[in-house]
Design a protein around this ligand. Structure first.
Ligand code: AMP
Ligand code: MG
Length: 388
């Protein structure tokens, strides 16, 4: 049995090899950069107008309009003192422009332009290089690409991006009692829900499960299911069968497949019977079958490894210290991850903390860490793991 911090450190300290690939820009969401990206040119590349209006030369309230520049035009106009050019957002400002005045604050009569106020020097001109200078690093290696990141990389004219590959994930659920939703269950059976929750949790963070298998509590079947998966996967996630019951065959099946235990059992609630192992460059998590346990173990332990295996600098779910809405006493002798809801800046610990109870997790948005036999007073800060 290990403590939570030891378990997390064991995961963090794993040596991993992550391969790279070149991907189309539009297909890079959630991938992490395998090398930094620097600006190939100044951004913006030329002084341009932030408004639809008039480019002006001089500080006055009256100008002579001498031409027009639209977005995309290769402006050849050169303004002299007292002259203006009609201009549109994003258009290159004419040479000698000292400011742009938005059209709402102007009136035009023939070729004469009148302003409500004289312009301020540089007003509404986006200066060449004001966002980025050529050669400046925009994104470091390990940056995980967001939609805005895709926009930024595109604006630099880059169409193909070198990223780390994402890990191949397999999911195996075990249990004789399990039937798939949609099928009529018999007395004593329950619906298999962990594969759905775990698969979606992977997707929520930009990962996907390549294969899902449901296996009975049969030692040979579990052993051969693990063997097959280990051939093609980077990370195998199992659910159920890792506790100490007579039908819990997962640990032995892993051992017989040559998987080496990195830790087994974590002093925590929920999720005590959590197993983490490795065989060469393949990693295995065997999560407890109870639905809330397996999903909290995913957020706290599996996700950090997924990020590591995808070359991301991210370490796990986002965390925040926030004040608790009511006094709370953790009576458990184990440090606990409690299902909670953050609303209006306060954290409420929800009813229904049992390991099998996933409703509270579904209605909440956080897991809150509270140490063993610890009382927290209303208003005191607690460590929140933001799960949605
Ligand atoms: P186990 O870890 O196999 O002893 O399972 C612990 C509890 O979780 C039992 O009540 C199981 O019925 C339940 N359980 C196990 N696997 C699943 C699953 N895939 N979906 C829903 N419940 C499960
Ligand atoms: Mg079981």
């Amino acid at each position: 049995m290990v403590q939570i911090n030891e378990a997390l450190k064991i995961i963090r300290d794993q040596q991993v090899q992550v391969k790279t690939e070149i991907r189309e820009l539009s297909d890079c969401l959630g991938y992490s950069l395998s090398k930094e990206i620097s600006a190939p040119f100044d951004m913006p590349a030329f002084d341009n107008s932030a408004m639809d209006g008039y480019a002006l030369c001089g500080i006055s309230r009256e100008f002579k309009i001498i031409g027009e520049v639209a977005a995309g035009d290769e402006s050849r106009i050169r303004l002299r003192e007292g002259e203006a050019a009609r201009i549109f957002t994003g258009a290159k400002v004419p040479e000698n422009s000292s400011a742009v005045m938005m059209q709402e604050k102007t009136t035009v009569s023939g070729n004469k332009l009148f302003l409500e106020q004289p312009p301020k020097q540089g007003q509404s001109i986006r200066k060449k290089g004001e966002e980025l200078k050529k050669g400046e690093v925009v994104f470091e290696k390990g940056y995980t690409i967001t939609p805005a990141g895709i926009g930024m990389i595109g604006s630099l004219g880059i169409a193909k991006v070198e990223v780390f590959k994402k890990p191949v994930i397999h999911l195996i659920t075990t249990g004789n009692e399990l039937v798939k939703p949609g099928i009529q269950k018999k007395e004593g059976q329950i619906y298999e829900s962990n594969s759905y929750a775990l698969h979606s949790a992977c997707e929520d963070f930009g990962f996907s499960c390549k294969e899902k298998k449901q296996i009975q509590d049969d030692f040979e079947a579990i052993k051969s299911g693990i063997k097959d998966s280990l051939e093609t996967t980077d990370i195998l996630i199992l659910s159920g069968g890792i506790s100490v019951g007579d039908y819990d065959f997962v640990k032995q099946a892993l051992e017989e497949n040559g998987v080496q235990e990195q830790f087994y059992k974590v002093f925590q609630k929920p999720g005590k019977p959590l197993y983490f192992g490795r065989k060469e460059n393949k990693f295995v998590f065997a999560l407890p079958g109870n639905p809330a346990s397996s999903l909290s173990c995913f957020y706290i332990y599996v996700l950090p490894l997924l990020y590591k295996l995808s070359g991301s600098v991210k370490k796990g779910v986002d965390r925040l210290n926030l004040p608790i809405a009511k006094d709370y006493e953790n009576k458990s002798d184990r440090p606990s991850f409690l299902k909670a809801n953050i609303q209006n800046g306060f954290v409420e610990i929800l009813d229904g903390q049992g390991s099998s109870m996933i409703k509270s997790m579904a209605l909440g948005n956080a897991l809150v860490f509270i140490d063993a036999t610890t009382s927290v007073k209303k208003g005191e800060d607690v460590d929140c793991y933001l799960i949605s």
